[in-house]
Write a protein that binds this ligand. Structure first.
Ligand code: ASP
Length: 583
């Protein structure tokens, strides 16, 4: 139906007779002549309908789908648009066919839009016509192709794993699918193919990958989706360094096609979890700017300032950041203190460094000259710098300062790509008085003895990949010894019977010569989103859900027929029976 796409129409096309097909992007009239911007998936060409050939009344509205046939000619002088690849030329239309008319649009098809996201999602097929969204889709496709090519070249096999499975524990709730043949029994949708990829290692697959869909019913935090795509990897006879090297290769290949402007030196820098928490107060530091957290506990070791002395005496810390030359009004100080409190800290001490004078601060009078001098020196303070200090339990101080740092800092170069590895995560953490895993329960500890005797101090052989403060993915060296695997469940307080019932089938496989193995999973949509510089993965996923899990296009989730429920042996409790999809 067409001889060319829009991007193929250039200055050299002058004189050619071509057929184009696409959508009416814009239409203008000048003295009876109709100028139409014809858009397809590659770009825009101006097509011109002279009054002698077409009546002015030719009915073309925005987003009509049309086909035009005619000759490419140079635009008259002064009418050129060097910003468009076809900007020097236009088509003199000889034939026009309206392939399909369009109704009035709910929002204009333009990159800049103030349409509500809900409306954009309801008319996603129109939203995706916006050139920026089309570029996102194209970038996603290029990234997919690059991942597959890179991994295939590295002798990985793409193996599909089932989506109707028994639950895999990854820390979220399962999405369940009832079984019609076994009323009352449910499949879970995989939170990840974790157990299956490990079974593939036992099965002798040497290098596995899969572009896989994962499903996690999480409380809706910003920018999470119920379903998302991962680049899932696993390798036999692999250790941590093998995983990091392979993931670097894949991710750098994607970065180099989506962001050819950036040179990224490999191997990527590594921080331990302990270092990341101490310097940045988070396990996913944004290192596009400094403002690192400094420990000041030794500076105040003998302080007479009661507030600090009490905290230090009870095992806490004093830490601070140099927020640089920011304005520090009373109101600003109050706002920062309120934020610190909201994030769990008992308070926040602020100081403004002055030349030849002690810092300006409500607490300066409680601190000795030596303390103030060493504090300013430790923080690299120069006149005008604002220093912010938190005295608290270590975790609270770190996290509060980490959030303040993100709040107050700005990247030196917002376009730069700062990848890094965070390694040596703890095996477990305490949540509501219970011990639970940090990564997932199949992660190997560095030291089994220590894990058993002091689980909360135990270090895992796990690692995260971080880009510009965003966690792109996680992985670990796995447990391949059934006994260690049992112990992990024990430490997590899962009774033996329950562990047997839920995971016995997997532990059994480890008894048949399981090779040492390790792996990783990269959040694919998130990787593409950060590389494209968009703030939400919903801009990258073709048909995403809203933040409350709704799909406004088809209005799902939706109630189902009573017969369907009866077949599945399901009765919905009355309170919930009238499920209506919500925005
Ligand atoms: N299954 C893990 C996840 O989805 C990744 C891994 O350990 O390979 O986060």
């Amino acid at each position: 139906m067409r001889s060319h796409t829009a991007s193929q129409i250039v200055l050299q096309s002058v004189g050619e007779r071509v057929t184009l097909a696409g959508w009416v992007d814009r239409r203008r009239h000048h003295g009876g002549v109709a100028f139409v911007d014809l858009r397809d998936h590659t770009g825009v060409v101006q097509v011109v309908m002279e009054p002698q050939r077409f009546e002015e009344s030719v009915l073309l509205r925005r987003e009509y789908c049309i086909q035009v046939h005619g000759v490419i000619r140079r635009r008259p002088e002064g009418a050129e648009n060097p910003a468009m690849s076809s900007g020097m030329v236009e088509m003199d239309v000889e034939e026009l066919t309206i392939l399909s008319p369009s109704e009035e649009l709910p929002f204009p098809i333009e990159d800049r839009t103030d349409a509500e996201e809900l409306l954009r999602l309801e008319y996603r097929y129109l939203d995706l016509r916006r050139p920026r969204m089309a570029r996102n889709l194209a970038a996603r496709s290029l990234a997919l192709r690059t991942v597959r090519r890179t991994l295939e070249d590295m002798a990985f096999w793409e193996v599909e794993t089932p989506t109707l499975i028994r639950s895999t524990p990854e820390g979220a709730r399962d999405l369940l699918v009832p079984s019609r043949h076994n009323p009352g029994a449910f499949y879970a949708l995989p939170q990840s193919p974790q157990i299956y990829k490990q079974l593939l290692m036992v099965a002798g697959v040497d290098r596995y990958y899969q572009m896989c869909r994962c499903y996690r019913d999480e409380d809706f935090r910003a920018d999470r989706q119920l379903e998302f795509t991962q680049i899932d990897l696993e390798g036999a006879f692999w250790d941590q360094d093998d995983v990091l090297a392979a993931v670097e290769k894949v991710v750098m290949a994607v970065a180099s096609v989506l962001r050819p402007d950036q040179e990224i030196p490999v191997p990527l820098p590594r921080l331990t979890y302990g270092e990341a928490m101490a310097r940045y107060g988070t396990d996913k530091p944004d290192v596009r700017f400094g403002m690192q957290i400094q420990d000041l506990s030794d500076v105040f070791a003998g302080t007479g300032f009661r507030a600090f002395a009490n905290i230090l005496g009870s095992g806490g810390v004093v830490r601070g950041i140099n927020a640089g030359q920011i304005q520090m009004s009373r109101a600003r100080a109050d706002a920062l203190i309120a934020k610190a409190r909201q994030w769990g800290a008992g308070g926040l001490v602020w100081m403004v460094v002055r030349p030849q004078a002690p810092p300006r601060s409500p607490v300066a009078k409680f601190l000795s000259q030596v303390e103030l001098d060493s504090l300013v020196e430790r923080m690299g303070g120069t006149p005008g710098d604002v220093l912010l200090l938190v005295a608290d339990r270590e975790k609270t101080a770190a996290q509060t300062l980490g959030r303040l740092r993100l709040d107050l800092g700005t990247p030196d170069d917002p376009d730069s790509l700062e990848f890094l590895w965070v390694v040596d995560f703890p095996m477990f953490e305490e949540k509501d008085g219970e011990i639970t895993f940090l990564h997932h329960p199949f992660t190997s500890p560095t030291d089994v003895e220590q894990m058993v005797s002091r689980p909360l101090e135990s270090v895992a052989r796990s690692y995260d990949l971080v880009l510009n403060g965003v966690e792109l993915g996680s992985g670990s060296v796995r447990i391949h010894d059934p006994d260690t695997q049992r112990r992990v469940f024990e430490i997590m307080g899962i009774p033996e019977e329950e562990a047997e019932e839920r995971f016995g089938w997997f532990i059994k496989a480890l008894r048949y010569g399981a090779p040492p193995h390790a792996g990783f999973a990269v959040g694919f949509d998130r990787l593409v989103a950060v590389l494209r510089g968009v703030s939400s993965i919903r801009e990258i996923i073709p048909f995403p859900k809203t933040q409350t899990g709704a799909e406004p296009l088809s209005s799902s989730p939706a109630a189902v027929d009573r017969e369907q429920l009866a077949e599945l042996g399901i009765a919905v409790a009355p309170r919930r029976a009238r499920a209506k999809p919500s925005g």
